[in-house]
Ligand binder design. Sequence first.
Ligand SMILES: [Zn+2]
Length: 370
Amino acid sequence: MSRFLRCGFDFRKTLGRLVVGVACASLAVMALLSVANAASAATGAASPEVQKSLRVYFVDVEGGQATLFVTPEGQSLLIDTGWDGNGGRDADRIVAAAKSAGLTKIDYVLITHFHEDHVGGAPQLAARFPIGTFIDHGGNRETGDAPTVQGWQAYQAMLATGKYTRISAKPGDVVPIEGMHVEVISSDGDLIAKPLAGAGEENPACKESEPRPADKTENLRSLGTLITFGKLRLLDLGDLTWDKEMELMCPVNKLGHVDVYIVSHHGWQQSSSPALVWAIAPRVAIMDNGAKKGGTPSTWDIIEKSPHLENLWQVHYSEEGGAAHNVAAEFIANSQGTDAGNYLELIGYADGGFDMFNSRTQETKKYPAR
Ligand SMILES: [Zn+2]
């Protein structure tokens, strides 16, 4: 039995989500149990695939962001929409991931900030696929940058159709999605005031991070979230900049450890200070870089030196990184010189374990719960 077993999503049209979730889960569990029983009869071992999983697609949008979360019950959250233009390339890739996950609608689309590599693809996506609610940090704060203003205006025009619900979120808010916990850490330049439960230890990596001047763009406005699925913790701060990371993480670590760090700002040197990366101490970091965007060598070094890191994964080979600052080929979705739109997928389990799948190699690496 492959992990690509799909539920009967046609049920959804007639029974509603809750019933479907149960029906799907039951069907899947029944199918898997029958296989597991056969397997355990042969090996004496139960199949670990019986666990319900969170699925996270790291769609290749060529140096922008588009990260799709799908809960076991079929609720969905997309963080950012890639770029505008290119004949709808990024929207098409997001739709392909959504359909692969069995979705007929994306429940929530979270726009981290109003730069064109994050909000640009929203109108094209909305033209192709049903969306429920948009979540953002409020208004565009970078009114002197023409591409940002253009992306913001297109987003506003789309909201003005009245087809969508819109939520502007503040730190401490929780996205009303079921099946996983999504807490807002940063928004519009504001940060959570107090450490999260279990966090708040002094952060020795603050000494290793030089202070930097305050960013003046939309980047520091990024709507950042901590996503929890059972014991599994994933951090996504959009393009939040170094100065805000230090404010968030010094002198005490307000986040605690995470399992997965979705690398801020495509692995560009304006983000990923040691104060952030070494303190959250991820097992895996996933970098949504493009061939020629992000993946700065100094940032790559900081991530690779993180104390508990098992692997860094890259959506693209980084041209700037060259031979010395790229991970081994098996951890890269798009090799040097190609633009195949390959994606990475994380399959997360409530016990804290997860798998990483590379659509280029078709290989899966397991990270069992610790
Ligand atoms: Zn960006």
